[in-house]
Design a protein around this ligand. Structure first.
Ligand code: SF4
Length: 429
């Protein structure tokens, strides 16, 4: 592990954070009570539980180290089944025998109890513009303290953060050495060794976010559903301190867990990675229907959210499928739900594919507008001058302009078009 110094003013860059090998586990919160367990028995989107890592729980030495750090906590939303346990946080619905590790790699069954190993134990964090999430209609121009742990509920072939999302906690953090909690006053610099053993419990996250002057916390980079308990407790505490919470997710989460979390969520970015079960199976090892259900649930609950669709050549670039997707979004979520098409760049297991051609992205934007969607964007491109421009849906004039993650022109007045006074959907205060 290197010893380079990194400024804590901007905290570490994502690249540096990803380079930081380390190990950890997390935990806490005895939230497994009979009342809600009963209510869960009828829930579940998947027909068969996902494959798990048999007998892959940490050994006694590592478990003791993790516990000593406070990185192990009892999980929420699970069932006890005569020594086995079943997690009900996401539609993978993992069933674990004692000693097994979950599909997302972050949970284990130890003596008939389900534990998360990533509580207070992020493997990366950074301060990002909210436009980078991307969220274009939520407090534009502000910054979000952004964090992630290891693990993910999916296996996306094109994952851009696979160095953390497809790793166990022990592969990203180091529980040996003296304890280090990051909290104000913030140090001027952290070494990679510091980062690898660093704890950030919910109260630390809140204190650090406030010290950095960020109005919001983003749970992002990997998959917050895979660090649900840590995200949940941090969201709840953050709200009590007047901070906003942003969930950046694939959307594969059980309805009960989502509704419980959404009470504390101010905005969400949901990846709609394709529009068929076949695509989800091939590209992500997931299912489409749970994602559509999540979108409808957020809509029903009135949580602000934006939808992102990565256009991957040969996987999700079929225009007929894109048209069907846009029609579903307009019909089920309404015309004001922002949709971001994102350009694919070759990486992970799809590094043999080309970048998405610009003309496909322009055709996708045209299809979305034709379906009635009012706010459609193209991300990861520099060649399209108005890729990030918000147009008034009535007078068609630009009202917000962006260059990459920077807002270069903001003309709304009290959330309305300055020219014709049409309200522009979003959270602008
Ligand atoms: S959150 Fe993790 S442990 Fe729970 S069902 Fe999903 S993959 Fe399995």
């Amino acid at each position: 592990m290197g010893m380079d110094q990194t400024s804590v003013g901007s905290l570490m860059t994502r690249r540096r954070a990803l380079a930081c090998g380390a190990a950890a586990i997390a935990g806490a919160g005895l939230r497994c009570s009979g009342s809600w367990v009963d209510s869960l028995l009828g829930l579940g989107d998947s027909e068969a539980p996902a494959e798990v890592f048999k007998g892959d729980a940490p050994d006694e030495r590592l478990w003791a180290l993790w516990r000593a750090r406070g990185w192990v906590r009892e999980a929420s939303h699970y069932l006890k089944l005569d020594g086995n346990v079943q997690c009900k946080v996401c539609p993978n619905n993992c069933i674990l025998a004692p000693g097994d590790r979950s599909h997302c790699r972050n949970k284990v069954n130890r003596d008939g109890t389900l534990y998360t190993m990533v509580y207070g134990n992020p493997c990366t964090f950074h301060v990002d513009p909210v436009e980078k999430k991307p969220l274009y209609h939520f407090h534009p121009g502000t910054r979000a303290f952004s964090l992630a742990t290891s693990g993910c509920v999916f296996r996306c072939l094109n994952c851009q953060n696979w160095e953390i999302s497809q790793k166990k906690p022990e592969e990203t953090k180091d529980p040996t050495g003296p304890e280090l909690r990051l909290r104000p006053p913030l140090p001027l610099a952290l070494t990679y060794d510091d980062l690898s053993r660093l704890s950030l419990f919910p109260d630390d996250v809140v204190a650090v976010t406030r010290a950095l002057g960020c109005p919001s916390i983003a749970y992002t980079y990997s998959e917050p559903t895979a660090f649900y308990e840590y995200a949940f407790d941090t969201c709840r505490l953050a709200h009590g301190h007047g901070l906003k919470n942003i969930i950046v997710s694939c959307g594969s989460i059980e309805e009960r867990a989502l509704r419980d979390l959404a009470v504390h969520v101010d905005a969400a970015h949901v990846d709609l990675k394709g529009f068929s079960d076949e695509t989800y199976r091939r590209l992500n090892s997931g299912k489409l229907q749970p994602i559509l259900k999540t979108l409808k649930t957020y809509n029903e609950l009135g949580v602000w959210f934006e939808v992102i669709n990565l256009v991957v050549p040969t996987y999700t670039d079929d225009l007929d499928s894109i048209r069907r997707m846009c029609g579903w979004l307009a019909e089920n979520l309404g015309p004001d739900r922002p949709l971001h098409f994102s350009r694919f760049n070759p990486q992970h297991k799809l590094d043999h594919l080309p970048v998405t051609p610009i003309d496909i992205l322009l055709s996708a934007r045209e299809a979305a507008r034709a379906a009635g969607l009012r706010y459609v964007y193209i991300g990861n491109v520099r060649e399209v001058p108005d890729a990030g421009t918000t147009y008034c849906p009535t007078c068609r004039r630009p009202v917000i302009e962006r260059d990459a993650y920077a807002v270069t022109s903001f003309q709304l007045h009290e959330g309305r078009c300055p020219h014709c006074r049409t309200p522009i959907a979003g959270v602008w205060a």
